[in-house]
Design a protein around this ligand. Structure first.
Ligand code: 0X9
Ligand code: ZN
Ligand code: ZN
Length: 428
């Protein structure tokens, strides 16, 4: 115990020194708090969203059918209280000081990095993930194959790994970290890759060996690097706008499928869900689209990793008025995942439904494009832990439990897909 406290103290001294030499130019979130605001009417919802879009002091963290999570800067607290009274909504605080969570996360990463090894007791940087990927590819040259999806706006390479133990397997595509701040997604994706290659557990081996895996650990590479070096809370890409000083596009609104329809994305470049100046304006998303459409007959299932709120979301994203033809199958598949997660001792509960049905209209998202335009019949967004206690800054102690949930969930999801006939090969 005391050794641990000593190490934390050491880590904090290290961080403080870094800061005092002026190397640390990270954006700070001292006394920024996060509120859950519950609303009832569409007017209230629109007004809350507008608050988050128009004012720098309010940032959107999460939105659901009846609540919105807003990060409020300390100078705007009075203003926020007034607005809440005016709109007649209820607001509960659930994170008092975002910077404190970031500091703890940083200290924990710092300590875990001291032995120099890659692992899942900390969040890794893009360089660390890519160096580890090289090791894995070198260690398993027959089973694995590295591939390049394309280049980002800032000219970073977006890398993927294919894992295939034998020919004739159905294909599962996993997209991860399209949203920069959702660090648990790449941590989980890399843990899964490692399990598929090194596990001696029969259950894991069977799952690994009977599917071909195509995994992109970090899709939004520019945004991801930016969250490590500058702003922990960044979500979007890093391409500047021609019409605004605000940077970046929500990559999960940028696909060419019902793009910008139905209020499913914002036209405001400063909004967190800005759909971009045109579909596929973001090179990262164009690269994904090129790769997936060139190989679509290989993919039976496509899963996009996100956080947070413990949800499984299926198409459609652009409308809640209609449901896809195989909606009932999709719900069975989601139930299998949720039930499997609940069978673990962690007590984590997942809810499921169509994206627009149980969340909000979101158009131009990966899974909707893959489903609508690429004929991949099982596509899911998985929103990992938690439900708001830590939000995006999920402590590293959650990485392995969250990944175990993903593993058992995906296994059950694929079993159900098999049973329902979705894992037949599309070409011979
Ligand atoms: O809004 C999003 O892009 C996802 N939620 S997040 O908090 N990670 O940003 C949910 C997307 C689900 N909607 C569709 N697939 N259409
Ligand atoms: Zn349409
Ligand atoms: Zn996301």
């Amino acid at each position: 115990m005391s050794v641990n406290i000593f190490l934390v103290a050491l880590a904090l001294v290290g961080l403080a020194q870094g800061a005092s030499f002026g190397q640390d130019t990270r954006i700070r979130y001292d006394n920024h708090s996060v509120y859950k605001v519950r609303f009832e009417t569409k007017d209230q919802r629109d007004w809350l969203r507008k608050l988050a879009e128009d004012r720098d002091n309010f940032k959107l963290w999460h939105e659901a059918k009846d609540e919105i999570h807003l990060m409020v800067s300390p100078g705007a607290l009075d203003d926020f209280q007034k607005e809440v009274l005016k709109a007649n909504v209820t607001a509960d605080i659930f994170i008092k000081n975002v910077q404190e969570l970031i500091n703890t996360e940083k200290a924990e990463n710092f300590m875990a990095a001291r032995d120099g090894s890659f692992g899942w007791s900390k969040y890794n940087t893009l360089d660390e993930i890519y160096a580890w990927l090289d090791e894995i590819l070198a260690a398993y040259p027959v089973i694995t194959e590295g591939f390049v999806l394309g280049q980002s706006y800032e000219n970073r390479t977006i890398r993927g790994i294919k894992i295939s133990y034998k020919s004739g397997n159905p294909g599962v595509f996993i997209e991860s970290n399209i949203h920069a701040r959702e660090w648990i997604t790449s941590a989980t994706a890399t843990w899964l890759i490692n399990e598929f290659l090194t596990s001696t557990d029969d259950f894991v081996r069977e799952l690994a060996e009977s599917h071909d895996w195509y995994i992109i650990p970090v899709l939004n590479v520019d945004g991801f690097v930016y969250t490590h070096e500058k702003d922990r809370m960044w979500r979007k890409t890093r391409q500047p706008s021609d019409i605004s000083t605000c940077v970046g596009v929500d990559p999960n609104r940028n696909y060419d499928s019902h793009w910008m329809e139905n209020g499913g994305a914002s036209e405001n470049p400063c909004a967190e869900d800005y759909g971009g100046p045109a579909p596929f304006s973001e090179p990262e998303i164009q690269a994904m689209a090129n790769y997936v459409s060139a190989n679509k007959e290989k993919f039976n299932v496509l899963i996009a990793f996100h956080s947070y709120s413990q949800l499984l979301l299926s198409p459609y994203g652009h409308t809640s008025e209609e449901f896809p033809p195989n909606f009932e199958d999709q719900m069975e598949v989601a139930k299998a995942y949720a039930d499997a997660v609940e069978s673990l001792p962690y007590g984590t509960v997942y809810r499921y439904g169509s994206s627009a049905g149980i969340l909000y209209p979101a158009s131009g998202a990966t899974i909707d494009w893959a489903y609508n335009e690429q004929d991949i019949e099982i596509t899911y967004t998985i929103e990992f832990r938690d439900t708001g206690r830590y939000g995006f800054i999920l402590p590293p102690t959650h990485i392995v439990p969250n990944a175990e949930e993903a593993l058992i969930g995906i296994a059950a999801l694929l079993d159900k897909c098999e049973e329902l006939g979705y894992l037949e090969l599309k070409t011979l």
